[in-house]
Ligand binder design. Sequence first.
Ligand code: SAM
Length: 249
Amino acid sequence: MRLAVITLFPEIFQAYMGAGIMRRAVEKAVVSFDVLHLRDFTADRHRTVDDYPYGGGPGMVMKPGPVHEAVRHAKKDGLPTLTILLSPQGRPFTQQMAKELSQEKRRLLFICGRYEGIDERVRQSLVDEEISIGDYVLTGGELPALVIIDAVVRQLPGALGDEDSLKEESFSWGILDYPQYTRPPEWNGMAVPEVLLSGNHRRIALWRRKEALRRTLRKRPDLLRLAGLTPEDYELIREIKEEDYESDK
Ligand code: SAM
């Protein structure tokens, strides 16, 4: 998969993409990653990328010209490209979107805003998708771009050491992940559940499914509605509710 970003802070991407699974994905050519520095696409001596907002008001607005030039440069090889603007006003990002984007054949080109945002005409003329990572406002689009890139890249074949990790993690299977434990078997007076030491894979799978359902019921019951639960899941939920009822008595 091909990824590219347009940013005023290339060093942020170098740091994150140069570590851990992202670095390995680049080294293994699972992804290619280009960073375009917006100031390289300015036309004046001061490399100006922003200006005062028309109509007054606080802050500065990113000028359309440099962004247009950077997008043109990114696309000059003629490859199909999906241009994504990071914006708190965009479609809220989800695991499902990460999965869909990971199957994109087009290059993903991310435009990172700063200041009060980007001149509206960029959104109107250059952008295919506007994505938000949540209902809060950050100072720039770099963290949102990296959040999306991380979630997308780990879906790509060859990116993770063990692709089975993707199958049962939170959201991928519709509900939250089950509790995880590692050595030692007892720590600070707390023991690892016996079933996990039993070596009985069927019991372990059943316990994990039940604990995942228990967590989802407690923390994110809204997820259960769309989780595609099986009759066995409903039976486990009935058991969990009975257990909770007994422990509340
Ligand atoms: N004035 C804008 C507004 O109220 O919608 C906010 C601008 S914000 C300070 C600067 C840039 O950060 C935005 O252009 C966008 O690229 C990025 N940004 C901030 N919060 C974001 C979020 N929740 N999701 C995606 N991008 C975000």
